[in-house]
Write a protein that binds this ligand. Structure first.
Ligand SMILES: NC(=O)c1ccc[n+]([C@@H]2O[C@H](COP(=O)([O-])OP(=O)(O)OC[C@H]3O[C@@H](n4cnc5c(N)ncnc54)[C@H](O)[C@@H]3O)[C@@H](O)[C@H]2O)c1
Length: 430
C-alpha cells in the first residue's frame, strides 16, 4: 500500500474530473491529514490541464486503465458517467485498487453483481458513495429510531422539489439508457437514506415515473412507496422539473436557481439558444463557479450534512420546513412521535412535546471517505459496501420496473444496516 510511512494517509486517484469528481477534490483539500489526491483521469484534455494546474504534483491520465496501473494510487474515486461505473470499478479491482463509486452504482443489477464479485475476488474494498445518506440528520434520526424513544418506526415521507432537470446536462445525462434522469441520479440519494432509516431491508416497491418535458427526453419525476421487512413503509417523491423549488418556502434561491433564473433557462431551452456546454463547464474544475466553490471549501470544511442548510435560526425556532437540498425534506413517523429536520438539528415531537437534538460524531459529512480510510488503514468494516449499494440500486431499478409494468415489484437483494454502523455517534440535546 502506498501510504506515507508514519503519516497514515490514503492515496486517492479520481476517475472522471467532472462535477461529481469535485466531491473528492474538495474533500482532499479539507482533509489533508488523511487524504493525498495523487492522480486524476479524464478523457478531455482541457480538464486534464486544469486538474494539473490545481494539483501540480499529481499524475494525470487519459484512461481508467492507465490511472489504475499507477503504483502510487491506493484507491480510486469513480465519478465518470454512469455507463462507465461498472467497467471502471472492474478495471480498478483487477489492478488491486480500492473503489469509491459515485451514485448510481451502475445502470443495471447485473453490473452491480459483477462489481461486487470482482472487488471480492481481488480483495479490494468497495464503498458505495451515495453522498446524501451520510448526512448527519439522517444518522441522528436513525439513532433515535434505534433508541426506541418514540417507539417503532412506522412510516417515512421524503419529498423533493428541485431544479434538477434545468441544470446543464451532457448528452449521456440526457439518455435514459445510460442512466439519465431523476430516478437514476436522484433516486440513490433518497432511497439510500430511506434504507438507512428503515433498517435496510425493503421488501417491495410500487412506483410511478414521470416523463413529460419535450425539451428533456428523460424522466424528471417519480413517486414510490416501499415496504420494509419490519412492517414500516416509506414514500419518496422527487420532482426535478424546476417550477416550484422546495427551497422557495424558506430561503428562495438566488441566481440561476431562483424562480426568475429558471424562467430564463426554460425560455432559452425552448428557443434552442441555451449554451449548455458552457453552463456545465462553468461548474467543472476551473470554471468560474467551481473556482469560487473551491476557494470557499478550503475554509468552510466538510460541514455537518444539511443541518441548518440555508436557514440560520435559533435552536427551537420551528418555523417553516428546513430545506435539505436535493434529497428534499423528510418526516419520520414512529409509533409515539414524529421527527423532522430543524434549523440546527433534528426536531423530535413526542408525548412530552418537542425537543431539538443533534449528533456528536468524529465522522463529518464526507462519511464515505472516512469509511474508505478506516477500512484501508484500520481494516474497519465497510458499511456502505457493494452489497449495500446493490440493494439501493435494486430499489431504483424496481421503481422503474414498477412504473413500466404497473405492478408491485418484489425486492430480493436487500441487506440490513451493519450492526456496528455509527456506534460512536451520540445524540445530544441542543
Ligand atoms: N454525489 C453527487 O452529489 C454528484 C453530483 C454530480 C454528479 N455525480 C455523479 O458523477 C457522475 C458524473 O456526473 P457529472 O455531473 O460529474 O458529469 P460530468 O460530465 O461533469 O463528469 C464526468 C467526467 O467524466 C469524464 N469522462 C467521460 N468519459 C470518461 C472515460 N471513459 N474515462 C475517464 N473520464 C471520462 C468527462 O470528461 C467528465 O469530465 C455521475 O455518475 C453522477 O451521478 C454525483
Amino acid at each position: 500500500m502506498a501510504t506515507e510511512t508514519g503519516t497514515k494517509k490514503i492515496n486517492i486517484g479520481v476517475i472522471g474530473v467532472g462535477v461529481g469528481g469535485l466531491e473528492i477534490i474538495r474533500t482532499a483539500v479539507q482533509s489533508p491529514d488523511t487524504i493525498n489526491l495523487v492522480a486524476g483521469c479524464d478523457n478531455v484534455p482541457l480538464t486534464r490541464e486544469r486538474f494539473k494546474e490545481r494539483f501540480p504534483d499529481a499524475n494525470v491520465y487519459a484512461t481508467a486503465e492507465e490511472i489504475c496501473k499507477d503504483p502510487n494510487v491506493d484507491a480510486v474515486y469513480i465519478a465518470s458517467p454512469n455507463r462507465f461505473h461498472a467497467e471502471h470499478t472492474i478495471t480498478a479491482a483487477r489492478n488491486g485498487k480500492h473503489v469509491l463509486i459515485e451514485k448510481p452504482m451502475a445502470i443495471n443489477l447485473k453490473e452491480t453483481e459483477q462489481m461486487v464479485e470482482e472487488c471480492a475476488k481481488a480483495g479490494v474494498k468497495l464503498v458505495c458513495a451515495h453522498t446524501a445518506s451520510f448526512g448527519l440528520p439522517y444518522r441522528v434520526m436513525r439513532k433515535v429510531i434505534e433508541s426506541g424513544e418514540i417507539g417503532d418506526l412506522k412510516a417515512i415521507t421524503l419529498l423533493a422539489y428541485t431544479d434538477w432537470m434545468m441544470r446543464p446536462r451532457t448528452p449521456d445525462e440526457l439518455d435514459f439508457a445510460q442512466g439519465g434522469g431523476v430516478p437514476f441520479r436522484q433516486g440513490p440519494h433518497q432511497l439510500d437514506s430511506l434504507r438507512l432509516l428503515g433498517g435496510g431491508m425493503m421488501t417491495q416497491v410500487w412506483a410511478r415515473v414521470g416523463w413529460w418535458m419535450p425539451e428533456r427526453n428523460i424522466p424528471g419525476y417519480y413517486t414510490a412507496t416501499f415496504d420494509f421487512a419490519n412492517g414500516a413503509f416509506a414514500t419518496a417523491t422527487h420532482n426535478g422539473y424546476g417550477y416550484f423549488n422546495l427551497g422557495d418556502i424558506n430561503a428562495p434561491p438566488t441566481g440561476r436557481q431562483s424562480v426568475e433564473g429558471l424562467v430564463d433557462i426554460r425560455k432559452e431551452m425552448r428557443a434552442g439558444t441555451r449554451d449548455e456546454d458552457a453552463a456545465k463547464q462553468d461548474l467543472r474544475i476551473g470554471g468560474d463557479t467551481e473556482v469560487k466553490q473551491f476557494e470557499a471549501a478550503k475554509t468552510e470544511g466538510p460541514g455537518r450534512g444539511n443541518f441548518g442548510r440555508q436557514i440560520q435560526r435559533e435552536v427551537g425556532d420551528r418555523r417553516g420546513l428546513n430545506d435539505t437540498g436535493d434529497p428534499g425534506t423528510i418526516i419520520v413517523t414512529c409509533e409515539r412521535g414524529d421527527m423532522r429536520i430543524g434549523a440546527n438539528g433534528v426536531l423530535i415531537y413526542g408525548d412530552n412535546g418537542v425537543r431539538e437534538v443533534t449528533g456528536v460524531s468524529d465522522v463529518d459529512a464526507r462519511g464515505e471517505i472516512h469509511e474508505m480510510y478506516e477500512a484501508v488503514i484500520n481494516n474497519a468494516p465497510v458499511y456502505h459496501s457493494g452489497e449495500w449499494g446493490m440493494a439501493t440500486a435494486e430499489a431504483i431499478f424496481g421503481m422503474v420496473e414498477s412504473s413500466q409494468t404497473g405492478k408491485v415489484v418484489q425486492l430480493t437483494h436487500q441487506v440490513p444496516v451493519h450492526p456496528e454502523y455509527d456506534s460512536e455517534l451520540r445524540v445530544v440535546d441542543l
